[in-house]
Write a protein that binds this ligand. Structure first.
Ligand code: CA
Length: 223
């Protein structure tokens, strides 16, 4: 899961980024509206958290322009004041939800999860063959065996489960599981996929994560 946080207050942006990273999300930060709009239109985010008061271009204008360009990513608007007017303007511009500052991180996280669930039609479990990932408890199981995952492995497995039977290139994986500071010249993705693969497949005759030689990886059941 990769999210964009558009927030000019460095402290608040840092606090949100750190919190989501601890929950296995990859997080990009934009410090003004123009940068936020640029990142939102050039990357495929799962959710965008947009502050209303941003330098260069305010959050409402950014959301309006993103929606005009048919970018449908769920957006949560952060409002500075708890006024009805701000909330109505935000929702009318195309935001999917809002949260007034100051807020507790737990509430922001719960609202982002709810937006992602809406995209998934309310489903919290991701399944493929006998592999199950519960996004609410963050527990993975293959058959009866519980699989312990690190934060990045969780993000990676979630991405595979959301895109079964599809070759995922290293670039796609980098874009969805890592943030924009990721150095694509390294073999980090291969290392992480190999760790995940040994956890998911090692004790099972039927392998699920396969190499698509020269391209990337694919989650599929063997023929
Ligand atoms: Ca602000």
């Amino acid at each position: 899961m990769r999210i964009l946080v558009a927030e000019d207050e460095k402290k608040v942006a840092g606090f949100i980024k750190k919190g989501f990273e601890e929950e296995s999300y990859a997080v990009d930060v934009a410090y003004d509206g123009v940068e936020g709009e640029y990142l939102a239109s050039t990357n495929d985010y799962d959710v965008i958290i947009m502050d209303i008061m941003l330098p260069k271009k305010n959050g409402i204008e950014v959301i309006k322009d993103l929606r005009t360009r048919d970018i449908k990513t769920p957006i949560l608007l952060l409002t500075a004041r708890d006024t009805i007017e701000d909330k109505v303007r935000g929702l009318d511009s195309g935001a999917d939800d809002y949260l007034s500052k100051p807020f507790a991180f737990e509430e922001l996280l719960a609202r982002v999860r709810a937006l992602l669930r809406r995209k998934d039609f309310g489903v919290t479990e991701l399944k493929f063959a006998d592999l199950v990932l519960d996004q609410a408890t963050r527990k993975a199981k293959r058959g009866d065996k519980t699989i312990d995952l690190t934060s990045k492995e969780y993000g990676l497995l979630e991405y595979f489960l959301r895109n079964p039977n599809k070759v995922l290139t290293r670039t796609m994986i980098a874009e969805h599981v890592w943030d924009y500071t990721f150095d694509s010249d390294t073999n980090v993705i291969d290392v992480y996929v190999n760790h995940l693969r040994s956890k998911v497949d090692k004790d099972f005759p039927k392998k699920l994560i396969h190499t698509a030689r020269g391209i990337g990886y694919i989650l599929r059941e063997e023929e």
